[in-house]
Design a protein around this ligand. Structure first.
Ligand code: GTP
Ligand code: MG
Length: 198
């Protein structure tokens, strides 16, 4: 299963570029370099669609894609990359915060992307807490599963769940944007909120 008919619409550098309509938003948030853009590429089945960076910090705007003319996919800049200048970091976090607050009522699924190999950071935890505190449906995508041995996956999923203090109702999905592991499950999560095509 892949998401069909997805188009890049625009990059928003400030609130004037955020979507104004009532279509549901699916947000992809996470630390820099964790694979947010790669996850979108995997879901749409097109390499190089959302731009992917060899060096962290590539997604510097809120990138907006429209799926099937009825669903916004929102690729956010990454947070927490240590080599980004303080000024740039402040700009990214202001942009992320502005976006999330401006568009909160339209967010139908908050996809928090983390690296399955590492314990979640304080920022990851803040993001997870923030989404839950506003009642947004949260799913955690534990990316880069191809970098682990299959025998390590269950333990790392438990570590991610524990590190983020997640209730059982929040799914943590072992995922690989590279190998498309977990893709069907993530697409099901997206459609569980917005309904299958009618
Ligand atoms: P920013 O836009 O900088 O916040 O990064 P991002 O979270 O969008 O990450 P991006 O998709 O640009 O990927 C960062 C790097 O991780 C790239 O070199 C990707 O090829 C690599 N990567 C992403 N997903 C996977 C995965 O599932 N497996 C492996 N092995 N590498 C991955
Ligand atoms: Mg990106």
């Amino acid at each position: 299963m892949i998401l069909q008919n997805v188009q890049f619409v625009r990059s928003a550098a400030d609130p004037s570029g955020f979507p104004k309509d009532g279509r549901p938003r699916i947000v992809f948030a996470g630390r820099s370099n964790v694979g947010k853009s790669s996850t979108i590429n995997s879901l749409v089945g097109r390499k190089g669609f959302a731009r992917v960076s060899a060096s962290p910090g590539k997604t510097v705007f809120v990138n907006l894609f429209l799926a099937e003319d009825r669903l916004w996919l929102v690729d956010l800049p990454g947070y927490g990359y240590s080599k980004t200048s303080a000024r740039e970091k402040a700009r990214y976090s202001a942009l992320i915060e502005n976006y999330l607050h401006a568009d909160m009522e339209n967010i139908r699924r908050f996809m928090l992307i983390v690296d399955i190999r590492h314990d979640p950071t304080g920022d990851d935890r803040l993001m997870a807490e923030w989404a839950q505190s506003y009642g947004l449906p949260l799913s955690v995508v534990a990316n880069k599963a191809d970098k682990l041995k299959p025998s390590q996956i269950a333990g790392q999923i438990a570590a991610v769940r524990g590190g983020l203090c997640l209730p059982d109702s929040v799914p943590v999905i072992a995922f690989s944007a590279e190998k498309h592991t977990g893709r069907d499950e993530v697409i099901r999560e997206i459609f569980s909120e917005v309904g299958y095509r009618t």
